[in-house]
Design a protein around this ligand. Structure first.
Ligand SMILES: Cc1cc2nc3c(=O)[nH]c(=O)nc-3n(C[C@H](O)[C@H](O)[C@H](O)COP(=O)(O)OP(=O)(O)OC[C@H]3O[C@@H](n4cnc5c(N)ncnc54)[C@H](O)[C@@H]3O)c2cc1C
Length: 444
């Protein structure tokens, strides 16, 4: 398996119906998992994906299913999410690639250990199995360059899954349960009747629905902008590589010293330069600058600014279109940024310095993804006040893969008008406009 692009074959070709109960915009982990829980409730669902199911972030990520280091408001949802991954994996099988092999954060400095200790207070509130590791205990788990790490933090119950295959496998399973999935099907806009959502306009025609969920990842802000709904969201490029099969020196995932690794089901490792976020300047950078200042300050060491290939295009005002026009969603079927040369060099240097078993193992494939980030690095999961019946599930800010089933459960419940199972105030859309101070979630 390799990374999914617009050259990958179209595999989901269901005919568009005239109407369904719920339409989901976006076939990433969030859209597909929302459909999973709606289907469990017997609701009829159509997923429209402009390119390929999981073609963007949901197949390009590291595959960490992580409770460790989560924002306090996300943690209870995430704890249910990882249990849901386990159940989905039992039902679907090896394509999910789910295993609980633990996640370790490694520390070289006292200040990092202090940060971990601080977060453990949140873990303890929820009886999570996270705990600190001494220098010797780190070596018991990862015996690479013994002694280089002062200590660490581990969550043994954390997991991993296989991004290239997991979400498409869930989508195929959903089709067998009657959920309709259509690739190469951009949603251009929504239809309204009597001030309420009545359906969507796709590039292939209209479909009626009582509710619409926008789970458009990095495109959600553009989609909402066309409806005059403000959603501050910026994108950052993150570069990833996978190695050839290599010795199994640690079966979980770990990060430290600016390098992140995860054991893969195929016997290789997924590698990334931890904490490198490259934002390419666009009109939105200026539009949302003030909202993002707290998070830019908090992540100043890892934040890089650059000019992307589409710099000029990114500065143009393409915020509005009519439903019979070709939209930005049809012009870019799958966001497929080039991996960063610096990022790849940083990975190789990090492996040589900290993970000698992988020092010279070739990269079998390299790729990059565009992460959608909100000003407080936690998602939006809410109904849009201006359009009753339109729901937003987006801005998962680099940690939505593990959170997917949890978010899917939240959204399915919200769409069906159920009592919320969690405290969702932190995920309101209105926090960006009602004067709420932006408090970034943990950058762990
Ligand atoms: C390099 C990288 C590493 C990461 N590592 C991790 C990790 O280890 N663990 C973790 O939990 N998270 C990780 N993440 C984050 C995680 O991948 C994302 O948060 C998650 O996949 C977001 O899912 P999504 O469904 O919201 O968005 P996406 O997967 O981006 O899906 C959105 C989909 O919507 C479609 N779409 C958009 N607009 C329209 C439209 N108008 N009509 C039809 N379709 C539309 C897009 O084509 C896209 O396929 C990482 C992300 C990246 C890029």
């Amino acid at each position: 398996m390799t990374v999914i692009t617009d050259q990958s074959p179209v595999k989901f070709k269901d005919e568009l119906p005239t109407s369904v109960e719920v339409i989901i915009i976006g076939g990433g982990v969030i859209g597909v998992c929302t459909a999973w829980f709606l289907a469990e409730k017997g609701v009829s669902v159509l997923i429209c994906e402009k390119g390929r199911v999981a073609g963007e972030q949901s197949s390009r990520n590291w595959g960490w299913v992580r409770q460790q280091g989560r924002d306090a408001a996300e943690l209870p949802i995430m704890m249910d999410s990882i249990n849901a991954w386990e159940k989905i994996s039992e039902e679907i099988g090896s394509e999910i690639g789910f295993k609980r092999q633990g996640i370790i954060y490694l520390a070289q400095h006292e200040s990092e250990l202090e940060e971990f200790e601080k977060w453990l207070e949140t873990a303890r509130l929820h009886q999570l199995d996270s705990h600190m590791l001494s220098r010797e205990e780190v070596i018991d788990h990862i015996n690479e360059k013994p002694g280089v790490w002062k200590g660490g933090m581990i969550t043994p119950g954390d997991g991993r899954a296989e991004p290239f295959t997991a979400v498409p496998a869930i989508a195929r399973n959903l089709q067998r349960k009657g959920v309709l999935v259509r690739e190469n099907c951009a949603v251009r806009s929504i239809d309204t009747e009597a001030g309420k959502v009545a359906g969507v306009v796709t590039e292939h025609g209209r479909v009626k629905a009582q509710s619409v969920v926008c789970a458009g990842g990095a495109w959600s802000s553009v989609f909402m902008g066309n409806l005059d709904v403000k959603l501050p969201q910026l994108t950052v490029r993150a570069t990833v590589a996978r190695t050839e099969p290599s010795p199994d020196f640690y079966s979980g995932a770990a990060a430290g010293g600016g390098i992140a690794i995860r054991r893969r089901q195929d016997g290789g490792y997924t590698i990334a330069p931890g904490g490198t976020n490259e934002h390419f300047i666009s009109a939105d950078s200026f539009r949302y600058l003030f909202k993002f200042l707290p998070v830019i300050r908090a992540s100043a060491r890892s934040f890089r600014l650059g000019f992307g290939d589409d710099f000029i295009k990114g500065m143009l005002p393409t915020r509005h279109w009519s439903a019979d026009e070709i939209t930005p969603f049809e012009k870019t079927r799958v966001l497929n940024p080039k991996p960063s040369k610096n990022g790849l060099a940083k990975m190789r240097a990090g492996l040589r310095k900290y993970m000698p078993s992988l020092a010279d193992v070739p990269f079998a494939e390299t790729w990059a993804g565009m992460i959608d980030v909100t000003p407080d690095v936690v998602p939006v999961m809410d109904e849009v006040a201006a359009y009753p019946g339109l729901f937003l599930a987006t801005g998962f800010s680099g940690h939505g893969f593990g959170f997917g089933p949890g978010a899917g459960r939240v959204m399915s419940n919200m769409v069906m008008g159920g009592q919320p199972e969690y405290e969702l105030d932190r995920f309101r859309l209105s926090r960006f406009t009602d004067g709420t101070p932006m408090v970034p979630g943990p950058g762990l």
